[in-house]
Design a binder for this molecule. Structure first.
Ligand SMILES: C[S@@+](CC[C@H](N)C(=O)[O-])C[C@H]1O[C@@H](n2cnc3c(N)ncnc32)[C@H](O)[C@@H]1O
Length: 259
């Protein structure tokens, strides 16, 4: 991964991601002895929750960001909890898992055909995958604003050959992909999680970490602040509501599949 996240800043900027993830976890049916793999564990908060559900099992959180893994290891320790620096694109564990879980991460992965095959391979027979990630229509304001600022004269030279960081499929497209893997049963559905940020400060924290990370990586250090400020200024103008909140679309894809 070319861009780098900041685990400590992410902790302060991820209230929404955490609440989506905790809801997913609250709906899991586990006995307590399962092995769980958490793809893109970030600061480890959700992986630690998963570990509590399986006192006789194991929860392994993987992430490609050194900073995230450092924060996760610092903040969370339990005998049945492990954090590993690992690229999701390269998962190939000897261990097989009862559950492969992922929250607010898989839109950073571009090749989901390969991902789903590898997840299938890393599941025990009867094991399940439970994902939630961004789908079509997610962050429509931010994406429009970022594209506009990227094409401004000051920055357009920075993005030659830029690999757009996110894959946000429609639910129909994703259903087809899941159907191409021999799961015994699967369900793919969309969810509207549109959000009114309560203040400019809260929205800005989310813009800074993690959303702008891959874009800033393309810009010379001296110009990063002005790029970021231009995005924040335009986002405030585009999203401010009469009651002082800031609106953004959050559209999620949910996946539940059993091997
Ligand atoms: C928005 S955070 C979500 C973290 C956590 N799941 C949560 O819900 O709070 C997305 C995470 O995906 C990780 N990530 C992105 N691409 C990755 C990749 N190719 N391999 C592993 N981790 C990746 C990032 O480092 C980041 O920690």
């Amino acid at each position: 991964m070319k861009s780098e996240f900041n685990g400590e800043k992410y902790k302060l900027a991820s209230v929404r991601q955490k609440s989506w993830g905790k809801k997913l976890i609250s709906e899991l049916m586990v006995r307590g002895s399962e092995r769980i793999l958490d793809l893109g564990c970030g600061d480890g908060v959700l992986t630690a929750e998963l570990a509590k559900l399986v006192p006789d099992g194991l929860a392994v959180g993987i992430d490609a960001s050194e900073s995230m893994i450092r924060t996760a290891r610092k903040d969370h320790a339990a005998p049945n909890l492990r954090f590993e620096l690992h690229d999701i694109n390269a998962i190939d564990f000897e261990l097989q898992f009862d559950l492969v879980f992922s929250n607010a991460t898989l839109h950073w992965i571009k090749d989901h055909g390969r991902l789903l095959k590898r997840v299938f391979k890393n599941l025990k027979p009867g094991g399940s995958a439970r994902f939630q990630f961004a789908g079509e229509g997610n962050c429509s304001r931010l994406i429009k604003v970022v594209r506009e600022v990227m094409s401004a004269e000051d920055y357009s030279g920075c993005f030659h050959g830029f690999d757009w960081p996110w894959y946000m499929p429609s639910v129909e497209e994703y259903r087809k992909l899941v159907a191409s893997v021999p799961f015994a049963e699967s369900r793919v559905w969309s969810e509207n999680a549109d959000t009114y940020f309560e203040s400019e400060e809260v929205m800005t924290k989310w813009i800074d970490q993690p959303s702008l990370v891959p874009f800033l990586a393309c810009i010379a250090q001296r110009d990063r602040r002005s790029f970021r400020d231009a995005v924040v200024e335009q986002m405030v103008a585009e999203t401010q509501q009469d009651d002082g909140t800031y609106f953004e679309t959050f559209r999620r894809i949910n996946v539940l599949a059993r091997k």
